[in-house]
Design a protein around this ligand. Structure first.
Ligand SMILES: Nc1ncnc2c1ncn2[C@@H]1O[C@H](COP(=O)(O)OP(=O)(O)OP(=O)(O)O)[C@@H](O)[C@H]1O
Ligand SMILES: [Mg+2]
Length: 247
């Protein structure tokens, strides 16, 4: 579903998908990496991007994050263009939360400071900041670890901190790139279940990149299968979550 470029405002956000990717293509040098990708994510739903290594999952996610601009095509959030061949809204203006495979925590900062960072960037300070940080850490079961440094945490705990940091500012979209793939199998399964519950409770629109079929099925409302830079098919896991207005 594509909305005319000049439309904007609240009326749009009521009827538009949270994310609309339209004819997005990209090349690295002369290698085509994304080939006319079309994809929509209805508001409040979780889409898993599943596919073999090198098929373009992370490249597409980076475009949603604003870390890479598509060569052609466009991306809209709530009907507003955030990226096209000639324009890219900077990541900090997209109101996103992100968590990646390598946690990307700042080693010199405590758990509290790491989680507070997105709030700091948005000018949320003092008591309001402290309350939001504690609420996010409670959600991921780490309220007792606020003063630790990342090096004093296990891998699973570090990923929980990254998750708390992703959700703390209540972003409009959450982006995940294989956040559990560095963990051992048991931990991956239990954290995956916890994340599924947490994401359902939050109701935030999310895109979750993985090449693990079980993870995708456990977490997502819909699964988009990518192959060689294109969407090969889309499976609906939870039909109740998919709005009728989205193809
Ligand atoms: N900065 C870059 N420069 C050149 N080629 C790149 C760059 N980043 C990615 N590629 C290539 O683009 C293709 C898609 O990469 P991408 O990282 O999106 O794959 P992926 O689906 O996330 O794979 P994986 O599951 O292994 O993480 C790959 O062939 C990769 O080698
Ligand atoms: Mg990747």
């Amino acid at each position: 579903m594509i909305i005319p470029a000049k439309s904007s405002g609240n009326a749009l956000s009521r009827t538009c998908p949270a994310i609309a990717i339209h004819q997005v293509s990209h090349f690295f040098g002369s290698n085509p990496v994304l080939n006319h990708v079309n994809l929509t994510v209805p508001k409040g739903t979780i889409l898993a991007l599943l596919g073999p290594s090198g098929c373009g999952k992370s490249t597409l996610l980076k475009m949603l994050a604003g870390l890479l601009n598509p060569a052609s095509g466009e991306i809209r959030f709530d009907g507003e263009i955030v990226a096209s061949g000639s324009f890219s809204l900077p990541p900090e203006k997209r109101n996103l939360g992100m968590a990646f495979q390598d946690y990307a925590l700042w080693p010199h900062m405590s758990v509290r400071q790491n989680v507070a960072f997105p709030l700091q960037m948005r000018g949320i300070k003092g008591q309001a900041q402290a309350e939001k940080v504690m609420a996010a850490l409670e959600r991921v079961g780490l309220a007792d670890f606020v003063s630790r440094r990342p090096s004093e945490l296990s891998g699973g705990q570090q990923q929980r901190v990254a998750l708390a940091r992703a959700i703390v500012a209540e972003p409009r979209i959450l982006l995940f790139d294989e956040p559990l793939s560095n963990l051992d199998r048991d931990l991956r399964e239990s954290l995956c279940e916890e994340m599924a519950v947490l994401l359902r409770q939050l109701g935030t629109t999310a895109v979750y990149v993985t090449h693990d079929q079980h993870e995708a099925r456990a977490l997502a409302h819909r699964i988009a299968r990518m192959d060689k830079g294109a969407i090969a098919r889309i499976d609906t896991i939870d039909p109740s979550a998919v709005s009728p207005f989205v193809a």
